[in-house]
Design a protein around this ligand. Structure first.
Ligand code: MN
Ligand code: MN
Length: 288
């Protein structure tokens, strides 16, 4: 059950109301990375979580996010105040001024209504905790950007508090994930295909500026192979007629490791991944 305490988690002071800033701040009220989205994402994950400790964590943080929503709402309400008195201010956002009377509503900064589409709920704990770590990172960077849009010290202080709490949550979700005892790339129950899982495709090539895969890819056991789906010719790219032009023209840079795919021929070619869809369709187009 829920209970409301009639005080804010952080006391908000706004020195100089700024309607335009209030409107930007609505991004954290009814926007994709906003507080309602965070509150609903974690709370609903918590309600469906079978792991008692993580369920409690999800509900703790989900509930704190509602308190953040209340703080953001208080800030917006103060920044939008002038809209209730002056036409010039009301014109900053007719949707809020006319429809909402200069008050709060669940819209983002562009006036789009909040939607459950914002929520990332996968129903598998290790996936959802990653969703949440990413959500906290997005919330943090959004607050940081908003802080650059205001000179009002009271507002900056409140946003600093909110921004800081998102990092706290990020730490908590990370700890929950680390202690699940799930290996870093073990998602769900079915194992990935051995061999294929370690192939990195050098799939963006050809501007002549050099093209080496970074060493750090090897950290997770990856090695670079030429993609079996990559364009095999030396042509100049897309071509409406299906005729390749400039086959003798610019050639792409070499790929640093041995190729897996063979040069496609007419008919079918069997590769490690069992598909030559890309090159086959090119041949079809060419003869059509
Ligand atoms: Mn928050
Ligand atoms: Mn948070």
């Amino acid at each position: 059950m829920y209970h409301h305490v009639k005080q804010l988690m952080y006391n908000v002071r706004v020195g100089e109301p700024d309607v335009r800033f209030g409107r930007a701040l609505m991004e954290q009220f009814g926007g994709a990375n906003g507080e309602l989205a965070a509150a609903m994402q974690y709370t609903i994950q918590g309600w469906s979580c079978d792991d008692a400790e993580r369920r409690d964590l999800l509900l703790d943080i989900g509930t704190e996010e509602i308190s953040h929503l209340e703080i953001v709402g208080a800030l917006i309400r103060m920044h939008l105040q002038p809209m209730k008195k002056a036409m010039e201010e009301a014109e900053q956002d007719p949707l809020v001024a006319v429809t909402g009377g200069g008050g709060l509503n669940l819209f983002n900064s562009m006036g789009n209504p909040w939607t459950a589409d914002y929520l990332k709920i996968a129903g598998t704990l290790e996936v959802d905790l990653r969703n949440n770590i990413a959500a906290e990172a997005r919330a943090k960077i959004t607050y940081e950007r908003l802080m650059h849009l205001t000179d009002d010290q009271g507002t900056k202080d409140a946003l600093q508090f909110l921004m800081t709490r998102e990092i706290t949550h990020m730490k908590a979700f990370s700890a929950a994930l680390d202690t699940l005892g799930v290996a870093p790339f073990s998602i769900g129950k079915l194992p990935p295909t051995p061999g294929l899982v370690d192939e990195y495709y050098n799939d963006s090539t050809g501007d002549g500026t050099g093209d080496s895969a970074p060493q750090w890819l090897e950290k997770n056991g990856l090695h670079v192979v030429k993609s079996p789906f990559s364009f095999q010719g030396g042509g100049s790219g897309l071509d409406v007629d299906g005729e390749r032009s400039g086959d003798s023209g610019r050639s792409g840079p070499s790929v640093p490791t041995p190729a897996v795919a063979k040069e496609p021929t007419h008919g079918s070619t069997s590769t490690a991944t069992g598909s030559t869809a890309g090159s086959a369709s090119h041949k079809t187009k060419k003869t059509a």
